[in-house]
Design a protein around this ligand. Structure first.
Ligand SMILES: C[S@@+](CC[C@H](N)C(=O)[O-])C[C@H]1O[C@@H](n2cnc3c(N)ncnc32)[C@H](O)[C@@H]1O
Length: 322
C-alpha cells in the first residue's frame, strides 16, 4: 500500500496537547486520539472481540448483511474514504460488494500508522481495488482524497464503529457540517451510531473483567513515558468508566490512587495529582433513536437508508449530501 505519512511534527503536537491537558485548572484531560499508538491500536482490536463490547459485532453484522444494498444505493463510479479505519476488518464486506460492480479506490485515513499497516494486511487481497493510506487527521485526509476525485466520480465516506460518539454533541454536529462542506452534492456518508442502553451494559462494555480496556486506557500514560520520557507509575493509576447522564456518554478516566507527582521532561512539566483526582481520556456519546438523522439533516445530508441491529442497539445510516 502506498501511504502518505504525516508531514507536521507529531511529537511537537503531542507535547503541546499533553501540556495543555494536564495543566488545566479543573478537570485534567488528554485527547482520546493519543490512545492509538502501536500498543493502543493492537489493544483496541482485542476490545472489539470482547463479549461485553457488542458494538463492533453489531456494526459487522449490519455491514455483512446489507453490503449489497449499501452498494446499490451509492453511485457506481465511487472512491471510498474511511475516517479512522482501524484495522478495516469489517469494511471488507462493503468494499467487496462495491468491487463486484467495478474497480474502486479505497483511502483509509488514520492517525495511527499501526492501524494503517493492519488495514493493508487485512484488505490488501481484495481484487479490483487499490488502497492508498493517509496518515492524517480525519478532515485533512478527506480534503486530500477529495482533491484526487476523477471527473464524474462520487465519494463514499465511511465513519464506522460509532467513532462519531467520541465527539461531544456540538462537536459531532460541527464535524458532520465540515465533512459535508468538503463533499459535493450526491456524495455519500455511511455513519455508524451507537444508541443509548441500560447503564450496567454500557459500563461493562467499557470496563471489562479481563482488564483489556483498562490496559488500553493506562497505555496512554505508558505512551507519555515512552515518547516524552515521563515517569508515571502506572500502578498508581486506575481505569474508571462512568456514565455521565447530562452528556449521555460513557467517560473513561485515569484515577490517581494516591497523592503524587509526575514529571514529563520533554514537555518541561511537573504535574501533581491528588488522591482520587482523574484525567479524562475519552467519551463515547450514545444517541437517541432519531438523533443521528437530525444531526445529519442539520449538517446538509438526507437519509437514504438506516439499518438497525436487533441484538445490540446500533445503526448504520446512509446519508446523501444535498
Ligand atoms: C474507535 S477506533 C474505530 C476503528 C474502526 N473504525 C472500527 O470501527 O473498529 C477509532 C480509530 O480512529 C483513529 N483516530 C482517532 N482519532 C483520529 C483523528 N483525529 N484522525 C484520524 N484518525 C483518528 C484511531 O487511530 C482508531 O484507529
Amino acid at each position: 500500500m502506498l501511504t502518505h505519512a504525516i508531514t507536521a511534527d507529531p511529537v511537537l503536537e503531542f507535547v503541546s496537547d499533553v501540556r495543555a491537558g494536564l495543566t488545566l485548572r479543573g478537570q485534567k484531560e488528554l485527547p482520546s486520539k493519543y490512545l492509538y499508538d502501536d500498543v493502543g491500536s493492537a489493544l483496541f482490536e482485542v476490545i472489539s472481540v470482547l463479549p461485553q463490547y457488542g458494538l463492533t459485532r453489531a456494526d459487522e453484522r449490519l455491514l455483512r448483511r446489507h453490503a449489497s444494498e449499501i452498494a446499490d444505493n451509492v453511485p457506481k463510479h465511487v472512491a471510498v474514504a474511511e475516517l479512522g479505519s482501524g484495522s478495516g476488518k469489517k469494511t471488507r464486506w462493503i468494499l467487496k460488494a462495491l468491487c463486484r460492480r467495478q474497480h474502486i479506490s479505497y483511502f483509509p485515513i488514520e492517525i495511527s500508522p499501526t492501524a494503517l499497516a493492519m488495514c493493508e494486511r487485512e484488505l490488501g487481497d481484495i481484487e479490483s481495488m487499490s488502497i492508498v493510506g493517509f496518515e492524517r487527521e480525519y478532515l485533512d485526509g478527506l480534503i486530500e482524497v477529495v482533491a484526487r476525485r476523477h471527473d464524474g466520480q462520487s465519494i463514499l465516506v465511511l465513519f464506522l464503529g460509532s467513532t462519531i460518539g467520541n465527539f461531544d454533541r456540538p462537536a459531532a454536529a460541527k464535524f458532520l457540517r465540515e465533512v459535508r462542506n468538503i463533499l459535493q452534492p450526491g456524495d455519500s456518508l455511511l455513519l455508524g451510531t451507537d444508541f443509548e442502553k441500560p447503564i450496567p451494559q454500557l459500563i461493562a462494555a467499557y470496563d471489562d473483567p479481563l482488564g483489556v480496556t483498562a490496559a488500553f486506557n493506562l497505555n496512554l500514560l505508558a505512551r507519555i513515558n515512552r515518547e516524552l520520557d515521563a515517569d508515571f507509575v502506572l500502578e498508581q493509576f486506575e481505569h474508571v468508566a462512568k456514565f455521565n447522564p447530562d452528556a449521555r456518554s460513557i467517560e473513561m478516566h485515569l484515577r490517581s490512587r494516591i497523592d503524587q507527582n509526575a514529571t514529563i521532561p520533554r514537555a518541561g512539566l511537573s504535574v501533581s495529582f491528588r488522591e482520587g483526582e482523574t484525567i479524562w481520556t475519552e467519551s463515547s456519546h450514545k444517541y437517541g433513536w432519531t438523533e443521528p438523522l437530525r444531526i445529519a439533516k442539520d449538517a446538509g445530508f438526507v437519509c437514504k437508508a438506516q439499518w438497525i441491529d436487533q441484538e445490540w442497539a446500533f445503526a448504520e445510516n446512509l446519508f446523501i449530501a444535498e
